[in-house]
Each structure stands twice: as C-alpha cells, then as structure tokens.
Design a protein. Sequence first.
Length: 115
Amino acid sequence: MRRYLCSTRRHGEGCDQPIAKAEPLEEQLVGWLRDFQPDQALRRRILDAIRSQDRKDDDTARRAELGGQIDRLKDLSRNPMKPDRDSSVPRAGATGLEPATSGVTGAAKERRSAF
C-alpha cells in the first residue's frame, strides 16, 4: 500500500501528523481537477502562457542550432582544408570519384595518350 508522509519526518525532524494512504488523497485530487472549471479570462491566460513557452522552446532550439553552425564556420575559417568530421562540406578535391584510368583497356590507353 502506497502512503504519503510529512517531509519533515523523512528528514529526521519530528512531525505529529499521521501517515496518509495515497489512494484516497489521489482520488480527491483527481475529483478536484475533474471539477475545476476556470473562467474564460483564466483559460485565456493559461493558453497564452502555454503558447509563450512553446515560442521560447523553439527559440532556444534554434539558437543552439545556429550556435553549432557558427562554431563549424569558425573552424572552417581557421583551417578550410580540414573541416570537422561532422561537417557536410567536402574537403578540397574530395569528390569521391576514381581516376578515369582505372579499368581502362590497353587500346583505350593508347587512344587517350594520342591526345
């Protein structure tokens, strides 16, 4: 059985309040929340606060993203030939293509050398 006790008792200080069973207290809280009917002005304030918090969260995430981009640009400006491993900017000359001579037959090499 789950129970609630006074926090002062938990920290070793005296408390004369009895330990309470959790279920009746939680049922009482659920009933209060179910019956809670805020007026229109309070509803508006609550929704405005939620929307404002959402915007702050978006701003924080965007700032972190931009900060990371600035750091990568600073690194590139210091050493443009060696971007960090996570960078999507390729190094100079790093195209991922093989030279055209691989797999070329002898006749083709002769024709190429004629140019």
